[in-house]
Design a protein around this ligand. Structure first.
Ligand SMILES: [Ca+2]
Ligand SMILES: [Ca+2]
Ligand SMILES: [Ca+2]
Length: 260
């Protein structure tokens, strides 16, 4: 009876240790970092990300050419999309063109870290803008796509949103506000989410559905939309050698515990 109990508790201990080892392994695999982010828009042209993980670089281009960084507007909810904390709550955002009927933003992220990364998620805050009770509104449609590069397949549509609600900005009212968040798991759309060392990946957001002001001498004004708190998140893929070491140390620990 006593022996049986001892065996049972030993089995329990072994199972617990095995589970703990697996948990430690999983969390080391799933540890996600922000790889690149735009939240303060410190670069006046907005082309370079505000922050990148060591070894990463990221740039943005836009087709309309009349976007501007606005120092008084911005999302103040402190999150990239809805899910990732750590975004700046200070003013500063990208105002999307007031005069173009459409705009294409392209974001390119490059990995020169010496290690391979899983690009797990993409996050941003976005709102079409309406000025007071004027009828014009900013882009209420966007299509998010993976364009080309080290992930795949190329030209994959990730999401389309239409009929987005306007955020009314009358003067400075709601210039700083908790704009709606968008969060995407890339594995839901892409079969290759591994950005190997030396690879780049380009994503695009195509905006449309803007209407221009047609009354009161404000034609083409006050319809600029707001983009803020954009971030790519991902996790390093452990080297096969460090993975093996981790497994071996776990097994060695088990062996010692069984002998004791
Ligand atoms: Ca901001
Ligand atoms: Ca947010
Ligand atoms: Ca790849």
């Amino acid at each position: 009876m006593c022996l049986k109990l001892h065996r049972l508790s030993s089995t329990f201990r072994t199972t617990s240790i095995a589970l703990l080892t697996t948990a430690a392994l999983s969390s080391s695999l799933l540890q996600a970092d922000i790889l690149a982010s735009w939240d303060t828009w410190t670069d006046a042209s907005g082309s370079n990300a505000d922050e990148t993980l060591t070894g990463f670089s990221a740039t943005m281009t836009n087709s309309a050419g009349s976007n501007n960084i606005h120092g008084s507007f911005g999302s103040d909810d402190g999150t990239y999309g809805d899910d990732v904390s750590g975004a700046s709550t200070s003013p500063g955002a990208l105002l999307l063109s007031e005069t173009s009927g459409s705009d294409l933003l392209e974001f390119t992220i490059t990995n020169n870290s010496g290690q391979d990364f899983n690009i797990g998620t993409l996050h941003f805050d976005f709102a079409p803008r309406q000025n007071g009770n004027e009828v014009a509104h900013g882009y209420n449609t966007f299509v998010l796509s993976y364009v080309s590069g080290g992930l795949g397949p190329d030209s994959t549509e990730i999401d389309t949103q239409t009929g987005l609600s306007n955020v009314v900005l009358d003067g400075t009212d709601k210039a700083i506000s908790a704009y709606p968040g968008y969060d995407y798991s890339l594995a839901a759309s892409l079969t290759d989410t591994i950005l190997s060392h030396g690879e780049s990946a380009k994503f695009s957001i195509a905006f449309s559905g803007q209407t221009d002001e047609t009354i009161g001498g404000n034609e083409g004004r006050n319809t600029s939309s707001i983009l803020d708190n954009l971030a790519f998140q991902g996790a390093v893929i452990p080297e096969p050698s460090s993975l093996a070491l981790l497994l071996l140390s776990g097994l060695g620990f088990l062996f010692l515990r069984r002998r004791s």
